[in-house]
Design a protein around this ligand. Structure first.
Ligand code: SDX
Length: 393
């Protein structure tokens, strides 16, 4: 349902949809999930509680939260037949390629939750997607490094379970570091939903055709992979490594300002935020905390990132264009310190954003007015003309 609305500071925009889930004020650098500020949720809540909030609109009672967490925990295994599906990929396939394929294939394994006209099936599909995404991402990682898959464990919480599925091996007992689990959970919380970003809009557009939920989420994963979107966390760390030492920062800032140079500062700028991305602020605090607790507080990459942020924010170009660090600027530093390769950064983003995609998919389907997405265009091509035979061209 296209509409036009105005919001401060008084400029209009064509909205692609109505929504009650997430609100962003780009000028103020504000992000609310069902009215709750992201910094409060990151400090006081945890990912599965935020999932409940995004899905159902209110913070859960203790009883409802326990029921929801038990439901998710008991859906974390995937159909055993799907294990063979991974084996069709080359070992060096990017985990995002594997996730797009495996999540799309879920519609072939979970027939009993693909009928979008049935609210009960929509609910089951929602829980399956949120529960199984960490398992699928961890399996994609294990497959890429030639290690055996680790089954989910019901005695661990969501974030700890993901860490053990990624880093445990059958030959050893794996102890989940609670500090890492808390950092992982906070990263999941910070990436959970973000209004009508490119991948969420992709999910909404796909769902408007009546496609099954697994196909819609697979489309969202494919879109998130792009380096201008969810792929920026991987691209940002690779950029920081290319910069290397702080003395090379002026060279890269000059390149970012050069209109003839396609180089962009990865992790900087945003389509909506023209102030600090509030998630980046929390992520920066988390980077200091996690690296300190991991005993890598003198991480040279973190030092380079902080100097790059300082230099860019002191530069008139970035100030005038209102370019600030976004959620991707510090996340890669934390994830690498936790032991993840850069190829797993965007899959982790996809795990977290699944609840945002699913919540918005449900909202789209619940809207009695929702019509198939059919954007129009401004045609700038040739006017009508007659066919010319090849001998006359
Ligand atoms: C995510 O939508 C979401 O909410 C996405 C996300 C989510 O949670 O889903 O927040 C996650 O995708 C965060 C963004 C991650 N991407 C990156 O970090 C890649 C680097 N950033 C850029 O590619 C860029 O900032 C975009 C794509 C994010 C936004 O680009 P826009 O729309 O061009 O930004 P803008 O209109 O504010 O740009 C103003 C000017 C432009 O120059 P002019 O045309 O005015 O001359 O600033 C320039 C841009 O070219 N610019 C940059 C820049 N980002 C914008 N110049 C150098 N480095 C940058 N990073």
């Amino acid at each position: 349902q296209a509409g036009v609305f105005t919001y401060d500071p008084g400029f209009t925009s064509t909205a692609s949809c109505d929504s009650t889930i997430t609100y962003i004020d780009g000028e103020l650098g504000e992000l609310l999930h069902r009215g709750y500020p992201i910094d409060q949720l990151a400090a006081k809540s945890h990912y599965l509680e935020v999932c409940y909030l995004l899905l159902y609109g209110e913070l859960p009672t203790a009883k409802d939260l326990e029921k929801f967490e038990t439901t998710i925990t008991r859906h974390t295994m995937i159909h055993e037949q799907m294990h063979y599906f991974f084996r069709g990929f080359r070992r060096d396939a990017h985990p995002m390629a594997t996730m797009v394929g495996v999540v799309g294939a879920m519609s072939a394994f979970y027939h009993d939750s693909t009928d979008i006209s049935d609210p009960h099936q929509r609910e089951i599909a929602s829980h399956r997607l949120i529960a199984k995404m960490p398992t699928i991402a961890a399996m994609a990682y294990k497959y890429s490094i030639g290690q055996p898959f680790m089954y989910p464990r019901n005695d661990l919480d969501y974030a700890a379970n993901f860490l053990q599925m990624c880093f445990a091996v059958p030959a050893e007992t794996y102890h989940v570091d609670p500090i890492l689990a808390r950092a992982m959970d906070r990263i999941f919380t910070l990436h959970a939903d973000h209004e009508q970003n490119a991948s969420t809009s992709t999910v909404r557009l796909a769902s408007s055709s009546g496609a099954n939920p697994f196909a819609c989420i697979a489309a969202g994963i494919a879109c998130l992979w792009g380096p201008a979107h969810g792929g920026a966390n991987q691209a940002c760390l690779e950029m920081l490594k290319e910069i290397g030492t702080p003395d090379r920062i002026p060279e890269f800032i000059a390149r970012a300002k050069d209109k003839n140079d396609p180089f962009r500062l990865m992790g900087f700028g945003h389509r909506v935020y023209k102030n600090f991305d509030p998630r980046a602020t929390v992520m920066k605090q988390s980077a200091d905390e996690v690296l300190d607790l991991l005993g890598v507080e003198n991480n040279p990459i973190l030092a380079t990132a902080k100097e790059l942020e300082r230099a860019a924010l002191a530069d008139d170009y970035f100030a005038e264009k209102k370019l600030f660090p976004n959620v991707d600027f510090y996340s890669g530093i934390i994830l690498e310190a936790m032991g993840f390769p850069t190829s797993m950064f965007t899959p982790i983003f996809a795990v977290s954003r699944t609840v945002g995609w699913v919540s918005q998919w449900k909202e789209q389907l619940a809207d009695p007015q929702h019509k198939i997405g059919r954007p129009r265009q401004l045609y700038l091509g040739s006017t009508a003309r007659d066919y010319v035979d090849i001998e006359n061209r």
